[in-house]
Design a protein around this ligand. Structure first.
Ligand code: C5P
Length: 262
């Protein structure tokens, strides 16, 4: 896997999701399934999408005691998802347990990424409700470093945080970034946004794009525009910089960093 555009399929039913994806014909975009669709349609929607050839990011943001998360992850492994996530706030012990539960007997597993602080959490809430005195940036970086030390593959973050997270955790640590809008479009309820090209310039590894594609008059054209801005230009740049990258990163394979923190 390398840089890619992940479509957030924020639909309420399997029927709606499959009808939406029908428009893409033979193309099989990487898709994200969140809590709404998973709770409505169950594991069968993951099986259906995998059977059609989609890669699936199951965005369930697990957060519980380590043993419970480990066992839940073991179940999710059977669904053959490509990416799943947990809350970094669950602690390093929980993230390590998640990784253990996710790893199949043959050593393979989906990518595991962590949510640091939700982008809906503001500075005042961090201080007054979560009682975290550090700045948002320091908190996000520290949570990302915890995730990396636990052996996770990356984090969900704002594209604007991708650079500082790569600086703290290494370039091979994946940044999966929502909050993407076209330059000429509505922001909806997203605040800290960038364009697909902006996310590329900031070093995002995957962009998660929902409404700009799902609500577009021509969703396939909107998806292709994202790919052209984010992936194709990235491919050209990667070719230019091929000599600067480690082989695993150049091939787009997930890395399990074991080297010291950058
Ligand atoms: O429609 P839109 O492009 O805003 O969708 C973004 C997707 O990414 C949604 O599924 C949303 O829940 C998710 N997300 C986000 N911000 C985060 C984490 C996830 O927007 N911090």
């Amino acid at each position: 896997m390398g840089k890619d555009v992940i479509i957030a399929c924020d639909f309420a039913s399997a029927e709606e999701t499959l009808a939406f994806l029908e428009q893409f014909g033979e193309r099989r975009p990487f898709v994200k399934i969140g809590m709404e669709l998973f709770y409505a349609a169950g594991p069968d929607i993951v099986r259906a999408l995998k059977a059609r050839g989609h890669r699936v990011f199951l965005d369930l943001k697990l957060h519980d005691i380590p043993n419970t998360v480990k066992k839940a992850m073991r179940v999710l492994t059977n669904l053959e998802t490509d990416m799943v996530n947990v809350h970094a706030a669950g602690t390093r012990a929980m993230m390590e347990a998640a990784l253990e539960g996710l790893t199949r007997p043959d050593g393979t597993r989906p990518l595991l990424i962590a949510v640091t602080q939700l982008t809906s959490t503001g500075k005042a809430q961090l201080r007054d409700e979560l009682l975290i005195a550090q700045s948002m940036e320091d908190t996000v970086t520290a949570y990302a470093q915890n995730a990396r030390r636990a052996g996770l593959d990356g984090v969900v973050c704002s594209p604007l945080e991708a650079g500082s997270i790569h600086a703290a955790c290494g370039r091979g640590f994946l940044t999966v970034t929502p909050g993407v809008r076209f330059a000429d479009a509505e922001k909806d309820d997203q605040t800290r946004i960038t364009t697909p090209a902006g996310a590329r310039a900031l070093g995002s590894d995957y962009i998660v794009v929902g409404r700009p594609i799902t609500q577009a008059d021509d969703p396939v054209a909107a998806y292709e525009r994202c790919v052209a801005e984010f992936v194709d230009k990235a491919a050209n740049e990667a070719a230019d910089k091929a000599g600067d990258k480690a082989p695993d990163q150049a091939a787009g394979r997930p890395t399990n960093p074991t080297e010291e923190e950058a």
